[in-house]
Ligand binder design. Structure first.
Ligand SMILES: [Zn+2]
Length: 158
């Protein structure tokens, strides 16, 4: 009897990790900016860290590069067609409300955090985060750099 490896196309779902992250403390406050792109610039680095913080355990549980099997220098890689900036932009557009006083938009930080995390739920094509080593991550992104954004049908299920 062999122990199944989680590497090389692991079937492990990201959903339980998303649900756990949704139960944790969310940022508070509101962001007022001129448009979606301005909010994206403002929170981009913060939400990069959100992914690192909430999905570190996932990387550890997969435990090896899903392409080459190495256990060194593992990184989270967004699946082609649902890269982090695209998911963030989509999440902002879902929760943004008009802010008439500034003629811009207002985004509740907690709502954005939740929407962004929900967009990481598995969709029909499977898991949205891969675990790849640094070299495989760069190769994967280079191979898929022209893949168009796909919103995913199950993304916003409550
Ligand atoms: Zn690798």
């Amino acid at each position: 009897m062999t122990t199944p490896s989680l590497a090389h196309g692991s079937p492990l779902s990201l959903d339980p990790y998303v649900e756990r992250a949704l139960r944790r403390r969310a940022p508070r406050g509101a962001i007022v900016a001129e448009d979606v792109a301005a909010v994206e610039r403002f929170v981009g680095v913060l939400f990069c860290r959100v992914i690192q913080t909430h999905f570190n355990t996932f990387v550890r549980d997969v435990g090896a590069c899903e392409r080459c099997g190495t256990t060194h220098a593992l990184e989270r890689a967004h699946r082609a067609g649902c890269e982090r900036p695209q998911l963030l932009r989509h999440a902002i557009s879902l929760v943004a409300r008009p802010h008439p006083a500034s003629n811009g938009i207002e985004v509740d930080a907690g709502s954005l955090h939740a929407a962004f995390l929900r967009l990481h739920r598995d969709d029909a094509a499977g898991r949205r985060l891969l675990v790849l080593c640094h070299a495989c991550h760069r190769a994967y992104d280079a191979e898929n750099k022209d893949t168009p954004f796909r919103e995913g049908s199950a993304a916003m299920a409550p």
